[in-house]
Design a protein around this ligand. Sequence first.
Ligand code: NAP
Length: 306
Amino acid sequence: MSLLINMPNRSSTKLVAALSQFISPEEIEVWPDVRSPEKVTMALLWQHQHGSLLAYKNLQAISSFGAGVDFIVSDRQLPHLPIARIVDPMLATQMKQYVFGVIQHHRLRLEEYRIKQSTQLWQPKGPHKGNTIAILGLGQIGTEVGRFLHSAGFNVIGWSHSEKNIKDITSFTGEVGLKKVVSQADYLVCLLPLTPSTQGILNKSLFSLMPSYGVLINVARGAHLNETDLLKALNNDEIKAAYLDVFQQEPLTNDHPFWQHEKITITPHVSAITSLETAVAQIVENYKRCQSGEEILHSINRDKGY
Ligand code: NAP
């Protein structure tokens, strides 16, 4: 039995070293130089080459190296096997700090004051208006972010697939619910998984419902956002600003119009970074479960795609 690491765009040196404390190095394979494909029982993936899992006839389970599995389930040649994701409580902690930080950056006009500071301009103004935060996706991370923002004094509403009863967050479902949530959003935070039904959801019809002083925060996946629609909405003053951590193409290309846009603030996919320690513990646990024929932890619903 062996564990395959298939993460073409990332260095796996630290990961292999960390896994080697729990799994014999002979049982760890790194794609593409796989010594014994027939021994591979579990595959750990991040942005793998689609179709590349067909080579492993004895594969029993697949795991993402992060919270999202969109790049896995979109592989049309994926074997029909259980898929796990990393559920790291620290991801939610990092995400609530990030989202709170960018909301405060905008609300308190910090960028405006930094520019004024350069010309020694003393010009006090109250915070930007708007106290309602709408969160799309009330899962592991969205719920934590919402609770935290409520405790910081914001009015928090949210949208999910199934109905929720979460203390301090008024939540909605369905198309009608989405419109209700978005039309009240002073800050619209996307924390949805990327699936065929959420791809491109941040588009002109949503922006047209938001208040003109509304702010978009996308910390989920780049493909949730229609980039052309966002540029139009910002240029036509339909919404006020956007904070973006994720992009359709990462890294963002040098000629991308987002770089120079005065209403867009960019961070390079850093809002919540999977901890190596937590990930390794969950990967090792699932690898052992594969060996003993037990069900893996944190498996996703393949039909729903998350
Ligand atoms: P999760 O626990 O799977 O929760 C997903 C939420 O989205 C659930 O509330 C689900 O509703 C809702 N949802 C899914 N499809 C929907 C639809 N069509 N309509 C309405 N609601 C829908 O996911 P999570 O752990 O909170 O993470 C969310 C996403 O954040 C991940 O998939 C990942 O892409 C992203 N992320 C980004 C970073 C980063 O660094 N930028 C880091 C971590 C995660 P139900 O509860 O009713 O199923």
